[in-house]
Design a protein around this ligand. Structure first.
Ligand SMILES: Nc1ncnc2c1ncn2[C@@H]1O[C@H](COP(=O)(O)OP(=O)(O)OP(=O)(O)O)[C@@H](O)[C@H]1O
Ligand SMILES: O=C(O)[C@H](O)COP(=O)(O)O
Length: 415
């Protein structure tokens, strides 16, 4: 059993599935090249080998289910390429089923033979999946009602989606015998051990584009006084810069507005006023007319912000080098463009060189590790999680873990 605070979560050692048909929730949501629509990192796809092989070796047949991106975004794509990569890394056939809960998927699941593995299409193609609701409500969703009668059990290995109260995460545990998979088990146990409250300074390097999530994370970190410094990059840095009163120019303000981030300025301001240890870049790397790249001080920005500037890299690196624990999630800039990778790359190098323990998460930052074999596992934890990782470290209760705990009490023990 995994014990987190008052929760008790069964693992594959507590509920042994063999010869069963299982629904396995994984998170293979990966960064996508917006130009080609192809995946640019496969670390999350490789992560589930142990869980899948263990379950297949016990004669189970597996239906893998995952999301990819969010509707409206360029990474909201089908899982066909993911299935090819799963087949390659598992060295077994993972059949892609271009359906989630329709008659074709249900018929294929009914006819599965022992040891077979299939991957359903992007679960967020089903609109219900996008609703954040309690487990009891999701247990009544069409997704759960249509799929659950076809299975003997449910395994949740999607640590990276553990912070979402969505149907494929919290609905199935209410009606099926459920456990955590090996990835979930390892992440939760390792992180609970690594993140020692007595070790400081703790430096968080937070960038990327999921600003609403990051604000929530930062509020938690500040409230619980868990971070000695929070070094901001990406769109989060822009939001805090504006909240501090810096004029980032018309174009950057339009970008923030288009992304619906202006309404978050008061929350960012409140964090700053409450004494949150937020560091804001002193300079940015920007793109100007005709694709010209320049560095500009934060109080004199004229171009479109695409990365942190070199003075900021120097300052942030010195904080990182002195840290005992470094947590990194989300890139400092638009790393899909080679010209704007430098900020993230240099901070990552400083973290790897530092004496501190590095916890790194989020698809984009992990892709910067490039599958490096030189990573010392006693000094670095590469998490499959992004937002889930940060919220777990910030002490928030994760719906996926709560649902597995509840399932054990209500579905397993009462039977
Ligand atoms: N200044 C910026 N302006 C616009 N986009 C930015 C900027 N800086 C970073 N980004 C974008 O942020 C995206 C990555 O952010 P995201 O929050 O998804 O991080 P992540 O590490 O992939 O986390 P997760 O795996 O949890 O989704 C990249 O596509 C990158 O181009
Ligand atoms: O990348 C992540 O953080 C997870 O896959 C969850 O994705 P989401 O933020 O779109 O819910």
């Amino acid at each position: 059993m995994i014990k987190v605070n008052d929760l008790e979560i069964p693992t594959l050692d507590d509920i042994s599935f063999s010869g069963n048909k299982l629904l396995v929730r994984i998170d293979i949501n990966s960064p996508v090249d917006p130009k080609t629509g192809k995946l640019i990192d496969d670390s999350r796809i490789k992560a589930y080998n142990e869980t899948i092989k263990e379950l297949v070796n016990k004669g189970n047949s597996l239906v893998l289910i995952s999301h990819q991106g969010r509707p409206g975004d360029s990474d909201f794509i089908s899982l066909e390429e993911h299935a090819e990569l799963l087949s390659k890394y598992l060295d077994m056939n993972v059949e892609f089923v271009e359906d989630v809960m329709g008659p074709y998927a249900r018929e294929r699941i009914k006819n599965m033979k022992s040891g077979e593995v299939i991957l359903l299409d992007n679960v967020r193609f089903v609109s219900e999946e996008l609703i954040e609701a309690p487990p009891t409500q999701h247990a009544k969703s069409y997704l759960v009602k249509r799929l659950s009668p076809l299975f003997d059990g449910y395994v949740n290995d999607a640590f990276a989606t553990a912070h979402r109260s969505q149907a494929s995460i919290v609905g199935f545990p209410m009606v099926l015998k459920s456990t955590a998979g090996r990835v979930m088990e390892k992440e939760v146990s390792a992180l609970a051990k690594i993140f020692n409250a007595d070790e400081f300074p703790k430096v968080f390097v937070l960038g990327g584009g999921k600003v609403l999530d990051s604000i929530r994370i930062i509020e938690n970190l500040v409230k619980r006084r868990l971070a000695d410094r929070i070094l901001t990059g990406g769109l989060i840095a822009e939001l805090f810069a504006v909240a501090k009163g810096l004029d980032l120019g018309k174009e950057n303000m339009q970008i923030l507005e288009k992304k619906g981030l202006i309404s978050l300025i008061p929350r960012a301001r409140k964090i700053l006023l409450s004494g949150g240890p937020i560091e804001i870049p002193v300079d940015f790397k920007v793109e100007k007319e005709e694709g010209k790249v320049a560095e500009e001080p934060s109080n004199k920005v004229t171009g479109v912000i695409k990365d942190i500037g070199s003075t900021t890299v120097g300052i942030y690196s010195s904080f990182i080098k002195d840290a005992k624990v470094i947590v990194m999630r989300g890139p400092m800039g638009v790393i899909e463009d080679e010209r704007f990778r430098e900020g993230s790359k240099k901070l990552l190098d400083s973290a790897l060189e530092s004496q501190g323990y590095l916890i790194i998460g989020g698809g984009h930052m992990i892709s910067m590790l490039g599958g490096s074999s030189e990573i010392n596992p006693s000094k670095v934890h590469v998490s499959t999680g992004g937002g889930a990782l940060l919220l777990f470290l910030a002490g928030e209760r994760l719906p996926a873990l709560e649902a597995l705990d509840l399932s054990y009490k209500e579905v397993v023990k009462k039977k």
